[in-house]
Write a protein that binds this ligand. Structure first.
Ligand code: HEM
Length: 139
């Protein structure tokens, strides 16, 4: 499990001049969030169904890290390796219904709690993750 980096809330100073990538703490902050997220998925009872859709989580950690860096305004590691994310298409093989979406969001909310992501950055990320997770529903 990841430990909280500091006692100070992450993102309380987030504003329009800053990318979310910088506000979250750059590469280190994104990596810590991704690790907390998959630790949640690996251990939470309510994530059992979505955990079973995944195989080796170390590959998932790597891919979500690459994706989030670019999606939050940092380096485009994912696009450099795989081209356009086309996430809905890449999720098509998995049966994602409302409850799978809610389980994914539950892990992400708890991961953001664990990382003490608060304030304007938290509000921004809640909305963006919710939007994208809902877009992944395909059943
Ligand atoms: C809504 C519920 C979701 C479920 C059940 C789900 C499940 C999965 C599964 C089973 C995989 C394949 C295994 C893997 O490569 O790790 C995957 C891949 C991936 N997911 Fe999700 N996902 C969801 C939402 C999201 C969201 C909201 C994002 C982005 C914020 C995301 C980002 C990714 C990325 C980047 C990959 C790797 C794609 C690739 O290159 O193969 N997923 N997801």
């Amino acid at each position: 499990m990841s430990e909280r980096p500091t006692d100070v809330a992450v993102g309380s100073q987030f504003d329009a001049d800053q990318t979310p990538y910088k506000a979250i703490g750059g590469e280190t902050g994104v990596q810590a969030l991704v690790d907390a997220f998959y630790d949640q998925m690996d251990t939470s009872e309510d994530a059992r169904v979505i955990r079973a859709m995944h195989d080796d989580l170390s590959r998932s950690r790597e891919k979500l890290f690459w994706f989030l860096c670019g999606w939050l305004g940092g380096p485009q590691h994912y696009v450099e390796r795989f081209g356009h994310p086309r996430l809905r298409m890449r999720h098509a093989p998995f049966a994602i219904d409302q409850s799978a979406r809610d389980a994914w969001m539950g892990c992400m909310h708890r991961a953001m709690d664990e990382r003490s992501i608060e304030g304007p950055l938290r509000a921004f990320l809640d909305a963006r993750f919710e939007h994208l997770a809902t877009f992944m529903i395909n059943r």
